[in-house]
Design a protein around this ligand. Structure first.
Ligand SMILES: N[C@@H](CCC(=O)N[C@@H](CS)C(=O)NCC(=O)O)C(=O)O
Length: 343
Protein backbone atom coordinates (compact mmCIF):
# COMPACT_ATOMS: atom_id res chain seq x y z
CA UNK A 1 0.00 0.00 0.00
CA UNK A 2 2.71 2.47 1.08
CA UNK A 3 4.83 1.34 -1.80
CA UNK A 4 1.94 1.94 -4.21
CA UNK A 5 1.40 5.43 -2.89
CA UNK A 6 5.00 6.27 -3.43
CA UNK A 7 4.98 4.77 -6.87
CA UNK A 8 2.05 6.93 -7.71
CA UNK A 9 4.02 9.95 -6.65
CA UNK A 10 6.74 8.84 -9.10
CA UNK A 11 9.30 7.80 -6.46
CA UNK A 12 9.17 4.54 -4.49
CA UNK A 13 9.64 5.02 -0.76
CA UNK A 14 12.56 2.63 -0.60
CA UNK A 15 14.46 4.44 -3.35
CA UNK A 16 13.95 7.77 -1.58
CA UNK A 17 15.85 6.51 1.40
CA UNK A 18 18.54 5.11 -0.92
CA UNK A 19 18.66 1.81 1.00
CA UNK A 20 17.02 -0.64 -1.38
CA UNK A 21 18.71 -3.66 -2.86
CA UNK A 22 18.10 -4.19 -6.60
CA UNK A 23 15.06 -6.38 -7.16
CA UNK A 24 15.74 -10.12 -7.24
CA UNK A 25 15.15 -10.26 -10.95
CA UNK A 26 17.98 -7.82 -11.66
CA UNK A 27 20.36 -9.84 -9.50
CA UNK A 28 19.32 -13.05 -11.20
CA UNK A 29 19.67 -11.55 -14.66
CA UNK A 30 22.96 -9.87 -13.81
CA UNK A 31 24.38 -13.12 -12.47
CA UNK A 32 23.27 -15.04 -15.53
CA UNK A 33 24.70 -12.48 -17.98
CA UNK A 34 27.96 -12.14 -16.05
CA UNK A 35 28.47 -15.90 -15.60
CA UNK A 36 27.80 -16.55 -19.28
CA UNK A 37 30.14 -13.78 -20.32
CA UNK A 38 32.75 -14.92 -17.81
CA UNK A 39 32.77 -18.46 -19.22
CA UNK A 40 32.97 -17.11 -22.76
CA UNK A 41 35.89 -14.82 -21.92
CA UNK A 42 37.68 -17.51 -19.91
CA UNK A 43 37.36 -20.00 -22.75
CA UNK A 44 39.24 -17.49 -24.92
CA UNK A 45 42.06 -16.75 -22.47
CA UNK A 46 42.16 -20.19 -20.88
CA UNK A 47 41.42 -23.26 -22.98
CA UNK A 48 40.05 -26.04 -20.76
CA UNK A 49 39.36 -29.74 -20.81
CA UNK A 50 35.98 -31.33 -20.06
CA UNK A 51 36.36 -31.05 -16.29
CA UNK A 52 37.09 -27.33 -16.46
CA UNK A 53 40.84 -27.70 -16.02
CA UNK A 54 43.10 -25.15 -17.73
CA UNK A 55 45.23 -26.59 -20.54
CA UNK A 56 48.16 -24.45 -21.73
CA UNK A 57 48.63 -24.53 -25.53
CA UNK A 58 52.09 -25.59 -26.69
CA UNK A 59 54.61 -23.22 -28.27
CA UNK A 60 55.10 -23.46 -32.03
CA UNK A 61 58.58 -22.09 -32.86
CA UNK A 62 61.15 -24.59 -31.70
CA UNK A 63 64.46 -23.96 -33.45
CA UNK A 64 67.84 -23.86 -31.74
CA UNK A 65 70.89 -21.64 -31.73
CA UNK A 66 73.91 -23.93 -31.87
CA UNK A 67 77.65 -23.49 -31.96
CA UNK A 68 77.95 -25.36 -35.31
CA UNK A 69 78.95 -23.00 -38.09
CA UNK A 70 76.50 -24.52 -40.59
CA UNK A 71 73.55 -24.12 -38.21
CA UNK A 72 70.69 -21.97 -39.54
CA UNK A 73 71.01 -20.14 -36.22
CA UNK A 74 74.71 -20.09 -35.38
CA UNK A 75 75.91 -18.68 -32.06
CA UNK A 76 76.71 -14.99 -32.51
CA UNK A 77 76.81 -11.77 -30.52
CA UNK A 78 74.44 -8.97 -31.52
CA UNK A 79 72.36 -11.16 -33.84
CA UNK A 80 69.63 -12.38 -31.49
CA UNK A 81 67.07 -10.38 -29.59
CA UNK A 82 64.64 -11.19 -26.78
CA UNK A 83 61.11 -9.82 -26.62
CA UNK A 84 59.76 -10.02 -23.10
CA UNK A 85 56.91 -8.77 -20.94
CA UNK A 86 58.12 -7.88 -17.45
CA UNK A 87 55.09 -9.40 -15.77
CA UNK A 88 55.37 -12.73 -17.56
CA UNK A 89 56.95 -15.53 -15.51
CA UNK A 90 57.96 -17.48 -18.64
CA UNK A 91 59.72 -14.49 -20.18
CA UNK A 92 61.28 -13.72 -16.80
CA UNK A 93 63.11 -17.07 -16.93
CA UNK A 94 65.04 -15.87 -19.98
CA UNK A 95 65.98 -12.58 -18.30
CA UNK A 96 67.28 -14.36 -15.21
CA UNK A 97 69.47 -16.72 -17.25
CA UNK A 98 70.67 -13.84 -19.46
CA UNK A 99 71.67 -11.94 -16.28
CA UNK A 100 73.30 -14.90 -14.51
CA UNK A 101 75.33 -15.80 -17.61
CA UNK A 102 76.26 -12.18 -18.32
CA UNK A 103 74.74 -12.14 -21.80
CA UNK A 104 73.30 -8.63 -21.70
CA UNK A 105 75.80 -7.32 -24.28
CA UNK A 106 75.47 -10.29 -26.59
CA UNK A 107 71.66 -10.50 -26.63
CA UNK A 108 69.62 -7.34 -26.84
CA UNK A 109 66.08 -7.19 -25.55
CA UNK A 110 62.94 -5.10 -25.63
CA UNK A 111 59.94 -4.97 -23.40
CA UNK A 112 56.35 -5.31 -24.61
CA UNK A 113 53.30 -4.17 -22.64
CA UNK A 114 49.77 -5.53 -22.59
CA UNK A 115 47.26 -3.48 -24.52
CA UNK A 116 44.67 -2.27 -22.02
CA UNK A 117 41.67 -3.22 -24.15
CA UNK A 118 42.63 -6.38 -26.04
CA UNK A 119 45.20 -7.79 -23.61
CA UNK A 120 47.58 -8.55 -26.56
CA UNK A 121 51.23 -7.45 -26.32
CA UNK A 122 52.21 -4.13 -27.93
CA UNK A 123 55.59 -2.48 -28.50
CA UNK A 124 56.41 0.72 -26.69
CA UNK A 125 58.14 1.89 -29.92
CA UNK A 126 57.61 0.13 -33.26
CA UNK A 127 60.04 -2.75 -33.84
CA UNK A 128 60.85 -4.24 -37.24
CA UNK A 129 58.08 -1.96 -38.55
CA UNK A 130 55.53 -3.63 -36.24
CA UNK A 131 53.33 -2.09 -33.56
CA UNK A 132 52.23 -5.30 -31.90
CA UNK A 133 53.77 -8.64 -31.08
CA UNK A 134 51.06 -10.29 -33.18
CA UNK A 135 52.35 -8.28 -36.19
CA UNK A 136 55.88 -9.53 -35.50
CA UNK A 137 54.63 -13.12 -35.49
CA UNK A 138 52.95 -12.39 -38.85
CA UNK A 139 56.17 -10.89 -40.22
CA UNK A 140 58.06 -14.04 -39.27
CA UNK A 141 55.36 -16.43 -40.34
CA UNK A 142 52.60 -14.92 -42.52
CA UNK A 143 49.26 -16.53 -41.76
CA UNK A 144 50.32 -17.66 -38.29
CA UNK A 145 47.17 -18.32 -36.31
CA UNK A 146 48.46 -19.39 -32.88
CA UNK A 147 48.94 -17.24 -29.78
CA UNK A 148 51.47 -14.42 -29.88
CA UNK A 149 53.29 -15.08 -26.65
CA UNK A 150 56.42 -13.85 -24.93
CA UNK A 151 59.23 -14.67 -24.65
CA UNK A 152 60.31 -14.55 -28.27
CA UNK A 153 63.90 -15.25 -29.28
CA UNK A 154 64.24 -13.28 -32.49
CA UNK A 155 66.86 -13.51 -35.24
CA UNK A 156 67.49 -9.95 -36.43
CA UNK A 157 69.41 -11.20 -39.49
CA UNK A 158 66.78 -13.43 -41.06
CA UNK A 159 63.78 -11.79 -39.35
CA UNK A 160 62.69 -15.10 -37.93
CA UNK A 161 61.40 -16.35 -34.62
CA UNK A 162 64.02 -18.83 -33.51
CA UNK A 163 62.05 -20.07 -30.53
CA UNK A 164 59.10 -19.00 -28.37
CA UNK A 165 59.34 -21.65 -25.65
CA UNK A 166 61.02 -20.34 -22.51
CA UNK A 167 62.04 -23.82 -21.33
CA UNK A 168 64.15 -24.23 -24.49
CA UNK A 169 65.41 -20.66 -24.75
CA UNK A 170 67.02 -20.90 -21.31
CA UNK A 171 68.78 -24.14 -22.27
CA UNK A 172 70.26 -22.33 -25.29
CA UNK A 173 71.29 -19.27 -23.31
CA UNK A 174 72.98 -21.52 -20.77
CA UNK A 175 75.14 -23.48 -23.18
CA UNK A 176 75.28 -22.13 -26.72
CA UNK A 177 76.54 -18.58 -26.27
CA UNK A 178 79.39 -19.12 -23.82
CA UNK A 179 81.84 -17.55 -26.24
CA UNK A 180 80.09 -14.22 -25.65
CA UNK A 181 79.07 -14.64 -21.99
CA UNK A 182 80.70 -12.84 -19.08
CA UNK A 183 80.17 -15.96 -16.94
CA UNK A 184 80.89 -18.76 -19.42
CA UNK A 185 81.81 -21.30 -16.75
CA UNK A 186 78.51 -21.04 -14.92
CA UNK A 187 76.59 -24.16 -15.97
CA UNK A 188 72.96 -24.13 -14.92
CA UNK A 189 72.25 -27.50 -16.54
CA UNK A 190 75.30 -29.68 -15.84
CA UNK A 191 75.38 -33.19 -17.25
CA UNK A 192 75.58 -34.87 -13.83
CA UNK A 193 72.42 -33.09 -12.58
CA UNK A 194 70.34 -33.29 -15.75
CA UNK A 195 68.14 -36.14 -14.57
CA UNK A 196 67.44 -34.46 -11.25
CA UNK A 197 66.80 -31.07 -12.87
CA UNK A 198 64.41 -32.62 -15.40
CA UNK A 199 62.58 -34.45 -12.62
CA UNK A 200 62.03 -31.20 -10.72
CA UNK A 201 61.15 -29.33 -13.90
CA UNK A 202 58.36 -31.76 -14.77
CA UNK A 203 56.89 -31.71 -11.30
CA UNK A 204 57.25 -27.97 -10.79
CA UNK A 205 55.90 -27.11 -14.24
CA UNK A 206 52.70 -29.09 -13.72
CA UNK A 207 51.99 -28.25 -10.10
CA UNK A 208 53.61 -24.86 -9.54
CA UNK A 209 54.52 -22.87 -12.70
CA UNK A 210 51.39 -23.91 -14.52
CA UNK A 211 49.77 -24.99 -11.26
CA UNK A 212 49.04 -21.41 -10.21
CA UNK A 213 47.36 -20.82 -13.59
CA UNK A 214 45.39 -24.05 -13.13
CA UNK A 215 44.08 -22.54 -9.87
CA UNK A 216 43.41 -19.08 -11.27
CA UNK A 217 41.93 -20.19 -14.59
CA UNK A 218 39.95 -23.16 -13.25
CA UNK A 219 36.42 -23.13 -14.56
CA UNK A 220 34.93 -25.56 -12.05
CA UNK A 221 35.25 -25.97 -8.28
CA UNK A 222 36.64 -29.50 -8.72
CA UNK A 223 39.35 -28.36 -11.12
CA UNK A 224 40.34 -25.57 -8.70
CA UNK A 225 40.37 -27.91 -5.67
CA UNK A 226 42.63 -30.38 -7.40
CA UNK A 227 45.06 -27.75 -8.72
CA UNK A 228 45.22 -26.07 -5.32
CA UNK A 229 45.88 -29.35 -3.53
CA UNK A 230 48.66 -30.30 -5.96
CA UNK A 231 50.20 -26.83 -5.76
CA UNK A 232 50.47 -26.75 -1.99
CA UNK A 233 51.52 -30.39 -1.68
CA UNK A 234 54.41 -29.64 -4.04
CA UNK A 235 55.34 -26.42 -2.23
CA UNK A 236 55.42 -28.35 1.07
CA UNK A 237 57.61 -30.98 -0.52
CA UNK A 238 60.01 -28.34 -1.88
CA UNK A 239 60.10 -26.61 1.50
CA UNK A 240 61.23 -29.87 3.09
CA UNK A 241 63.98 -30.41 0.51
CA UNK A 242 65.20 -26.85 1.02
CA UNK A 243 65.70 -27.57 4.69
CA UNK A 244 68.91 -29.44 3.81
CA UNK A 245 69.64 -28.28 0.24
CA UNK A 246 70.50 -24.68 -0.46
CA UNK A 247 69.06 -25.05 -3.98
CA UNK A 248 66.74 -27.65 -5.46
CA UNK A 249 69.48 -29.96 -6.71
CA UNK A 250 72.19 -29.29 -4.13
CA UNK A 251 74.67 -26.49 -3.54
CA UNK A 252 74.54 -24.82 -6.91
CA UNK A 253 71.84 -22.92 -8.76
CA UNK A 254 70.37 -24.73 -11.75
CA UNK A 255 67.71 -24.13 -14.38
CA UNK A 256 65.22 -25.83 -12.04
CA UNK A 257 65.74 -22.99 -9.53
CA UNK A 258 65.35 -20.34 -12.20
CA UNK A 259 62.07 -21.88 -13.31
CA UNK A 260 60.77 -22.09 -9.76
CA UNK A 261 61.96 -18.60 -8.84
CA UNK A 262 59.94 -16.67 -11.40
CA UNK A 263 56.72 -18.22 -10.08
CA UNK A 264 57.68 -17.72 -6.44
CA UNK A 265 58.47 -14.04 -7.07
CA UNK A 266 54.91 -13.47 -8.33
CA UNK A 267 53.21 -15.67 -5.78
CA UNK A 268 52.47 -13.32 -2.88
CA UNK A 269 52.03 -10.38 -5.29
CA UNK A 270 49.49 -11.85 -7.69
CA UNK A 271 48.79 -15.57 -7.41
CA UNK A 272 47.90 -15.54 -3.71
CA UNK A 273 45.04 -13.08 -4.23
CA UNK A 274 44.07 -13.01 -7.90
CA UNK A 275 44.55 -16.73 -8.60
CA UNK A 276 43.16 -17.85 -5.21
CA UNK A 277 46.40 -19.61 -4.22
CA UNK A 278 45.78 -18.44 -0.70
CA UNK A 279 46.43 -21.32 1.63
CA UNK A 280 49.79 -19.83 2.50
CA UNK A 281 52.16 -17.08 1.35
CA UNK A 282 55.68 -17.97 0.21
CA UNK A 283 56.99 -15.43 2.69
CA UNK A 284 55.60 -17.53 5.53
CA UNK A 285 57.36 -20.76 4.61
CA UNK A 286 60.51 -21.07 6.62
CA UNK A 287 62.73 -22.48 3.88
CA UNK A 288 60.93 -21.38 0.72
CA UNK A 289 60.75 -17.82 2.04
CA UNK A 290 64.51 -17.63 2.68
CA UNK A 291 65.21 -19.43 -0.62
CA UNK A 292 63.19 -16.80 -2.49
CA UNK A 293 65.33 -14.07 -0.87
CA UNK A 294 68.49 -16.03 -1.71
CA UNK A 295 67.53 -16.29 -5.39
CA UNK A 296 66.41 -12.64 -5.52
CA UNK A 297 69.78 -11.52 -4.16
CA UNK A 298 71.89 -13.42 -6.73
CA UNK A 299 73.88 -10.94 -8.78
CA UNK A 300 71.74 -9.29 -11.45
CA UNK A 301 68.49 -11.05 -10.54
CA UNK A 302 66.73 -8.22 -8.65
CA UNK A 303 67.13 -6.03 -11.75
CA UNK A 304 65.03 -8.50 -13.72
CA UNK A 305 62.13 -8.30 -11.22
CA UNK A 306 59.47 -5.67 -11.81
CA UNK A 307 56.89 -5.52 -9.01
CA UNK A 308 54.79 -2.75 -10.57
CA UNK A 309 54.47 -4.51 -13.93
CA UNK A 310 53.44 -7.73 -12.23
CA UNK A 311 50.73 -5.99 -10.23
CA UNK A 312 49.59 -3.81 -13.09
CA UNK A 313 49.49 -6.49 -15.78
CA UNK A 314 47.93 -9.29 -13.75
CA UNK A 315 45.28 -7.20 -12.02
CA UNK A 316 44.79 -4.78 -14.90
CA UNK A 317 44.77 -7.09 -17.91
CA UNK A 318 43.16 -10.34 -16.80
CA UNK A 319 39.76 -8.72 -17.00
CA UNK A 320 37.58 -11.79 -16.28
CA UNK A 321 39.43 -12.31 -12.99
CA UNK A 322 39.34 -8.66 -11.92
CA UNK A 323 36.57 -6.77 -13.71
CA UNK A 324 37.07 -3.59 -11.68
CA UNK A 325 40.63 -3.31 -12.95
CA UNK A 326 41.64 -1.98 -9.54
CA UNK A 327 45.32 -2.56 -8.79
CA UNK A 328 46.00 -3.48 -5.16
CA UNK A 329 48.31 -1.32 -3.05
CA UNK A 330 50.47 -4.10 -1.60
CA UNK A 331 52.44 -6.10 -0.94
CA UNK A 332 55.64 -4.46 0.23
CA UNK A 333 58.48 -6.67 -1.03
CA UNK A 334 61.45 -4.88 0.53
CA UNK A 335 61.87 -7.91 2.82
CA UNK A 336 63.36 -9.70 -0.21
CA UNK A 337 66.54 -7.76 0.51
CA UNK A 338 66.77 -8.97 4.10
CA UNK A 339 69.49 -11.54 4.92
CA UNK A 340 68.49 -15.02 3.82
CA UNK A 341 70.86 -16.94 6.08
CA UNK A 342 71.23 -19.81 3.63
CA UNK A 343 74.58 -21.53 3.10
N1 LIG B 1 55.08 -21.91 -23.27
C1 LIG B 1 55.32 -20.55 -23.28
C2 LIG B 1 54.22 -19.80 -22.55
C3 LIG B 1 54.39 -18.32 -22.68
C4 LIG B 1 53.12 -17.56 -22.29
O1 LIG B 1 52.06 -18.16 -22.06
N2 LIG B 1 53.24 -16.21 -22.23
C5 LIG B 1 52.09 -15.41 -21.94
C6 LIG B 1 52.44 -14.27 -20.99
S1 LIG B 1 52.73 -14.79 -19.35
C7 LIG B 1 51.63 -14.70 -23.20
O2 LIG B 1 52.42 -14.11 -23.91
N3 LIG B 1 50.33 -14.75 -23.48
C8 LIG B 1 49.74 -14.04 -24.58
C9 LIG B 1 48.65 -14.84 -25.25
O3 LIG B 1 48.38 -15.96 -24.82
O4 LIG B 1 48.07 -14.32 -26.20
C10 LIG B 1 56.69 -20.33 -22.66
O5 LIG B 1 56.96 -20.87 -21.57
O6 LIG B 1 57.50 -19.68 -23.29
Amino acid sequence: MTENKNLQSGMPKTQKKGKSLPPKLIIKLGKFVWTTLWHTMMSKIAPRNQSGEYIRPSSQFRNFITTQADSPYPAAAGRYHLYVGMSCPWAHRTLVVRALKGLEEAISMSVVSPDATSGGWVFNDPEEGCYTLADLYQLANPGYSGRSTVPVLWDKQTKAIVNNESAEIIVMLNSQLNEFALNPTLDLYPQELKEKIDWWNDRIYKNVNNGVYRCGFAQSQEAYNQACEELFTTLDEIDTVLETNRYLCGNSVTLADVRLFTTLFRFDIAYYGLFKCNRRRIKDYQNLGAYLRDMYQLKGVADTCDLESVKHDYYGSLFPLNPSGIIPAGPDITYLLEPHGRV
